[in-house]
Design a protein around this ligand. Structure first.
Ligand code: 5AD
Ligand code: SF4
Length: 358
């Protein structure tokens, strides 16, 4: 790491300690379903990936995980899943949020994609207080490249930005974030991302490295670039035009460089927004087993320990190399606690750890 980066991280850590204290806050992660109606070019569970076995947890399974969080002393849960908007799904989430809130009094974060304002309001009224919706890439041109028009209006940049405003007006603590190291992405894009998060006034942020998945269009393009093969014909026809575009600044970064870049982004966001919650994201663990802990020492103050039952974990694979897929909720907790203990990072047991009340 160069000197500049070391100073940046030290400043970020000092700001976190000053504004938010030493604790890391847990949001126990429930990956409720990998069914998704979207087709983002980077994501392993995109609707176009026929190779994925689709699952949906039962209400009992979700409640069992919420009970685990309650008993383990996690202050909050995060329910995350692919985007769906049928009324059955909406009602089910309302019911689950209501029950978790009533039975266990846990903080509830939702991460269930773009929804109509009315749905955000319904889930908020049921007891959810935070919502995560990453802008993914704040530059509209880059956003459109990795979310091409699906003919059904689902991939619109403007709708994404409106959704963030809707979430705020529905009363949530708003979380957003971006991927770092995407094909076509440049340093200038990352600059824009930081300014975007600041301007929209997020309460929480999650930024993680982009990790290619081989069964996705972007994964195939990166593989093609790295192979050094000059014959575009080996790519499916619809990807050839994309593969000829300028590749951006990061496509051939090593894991170590991408990790450094990602940690520096966390540090810079902490400096820009000293009061917010910043997650040490799971994707960092793919680049380095201690990636999340490095983020905690550079400004992050939230971790989402996976509580998803082992049988489903492997199928919720947004990217390759996901860690801990053979573990259960207790094993995940134990190894995380061991690491945090080694680093002397205290856990905010039973605390929600929000920077402001909603
Ligand atoms: N690499 C890293 N992050 C990814 N996500 C989806 N696919 C990938 C990938 N290949 C992230 C997106 C999404 C979050 C749930 O996971 O940012 O918002
Ligand atoms: Fe669906 Fe989210 Fe994956 Fe896009 S990133 S395909 S919305 S799960």
């Amino acid at each position: 790491m160069d000197y500049k980066s070391k100073e940046l991280r030290e400043e970020a850590l000092a700001l976190k300690l000053h504004h938010r204290g030493p604790c890391v806050y847990f949001r126990g992660l429930i990956e409720i379903s990998n069914k998704c109606c979207k087709n983002c070019l980077y994501c392993g569970i995109r609707s176009g990936n026929r190779g994925v076995e689709r699952y949906e947890m039962s209400d009992e399974e979700v409640m069992r995980e919420a009970l685990f969080a309650h008993e383990a002393g996690y202050g909050s849960v995060a329910i995350q899943g692919g985007e769906r908007c049928d009324s059955q799904f909406v009602e089910r989430i309302t019911r689950l949020v209501h029950n978790i809130h009533k039975q266990y009094g846990l903080g509830i974060t939702l991460s269930l994609g773009e929804q109509p304002l009315q749905v955000y309001k319904e889930w908020f009224a049921a007891g959810a207080s935070r919502y995560l919706l990453r802008i993914e890439a704040s530059n509209p041109d880059l956003y459109r490249l990795i979310h091409p028009d699906d003919g059904q209006g689902r991939h619109s940049y403007d709708s994404r930005v409106s959704a963030l405003h809707d979430l705020k007006s529905a009363g949530y603590l708003l979380g957003s974030g971006v991927m770092i190291g995407l094909p076509f992405q440049t340093y200038a894009h990352l600059e824009e991302d930081l300014q975007f998060l600041k301007k929209i006034g997020v309460d929480m942020a999650g930024m993680g490295p982009y990790i290619p998945h081989k069964d996705t269009p972007l994964g195939k393009i990166v593989e093609f670039w790295k192979s050094g093969n000059s014959s575009l014909e080996i790519l499916p026809a619809d990807l050839q035009a994309l593969a000829m575009l300028p590749r951006g600044d990061f496509w051939n970064f090593s894991d170590d460089r991408l990790l450094d870049l990602s940690i520096d982004m966390v540090a810079r966001l902490r400096i820009l927004m000293p009061h917010i919650n910043i997650a040490a994201t799971t994707a960092l663990q793919v680049l380095n087993p201690d990636g999340r802990e490095m983020a905690l020492l550079s400004g992050a103050n939230v971790i989402m320990p996976n509580m998803t039952e082992t049988e489903f974990r492997g199928n919720y694979s947004l990217y390759e190399g996901k860690q801990g897929v053979a573990d259960d909720a207790a094993a995940t907790r134990d190894s995380l606690l061991l690491n945090l203990d080694k680093l002397g990072i205290p856990v905010g047991w039973r605390e929600k750890g929000d920077w402001r009340q909603v």
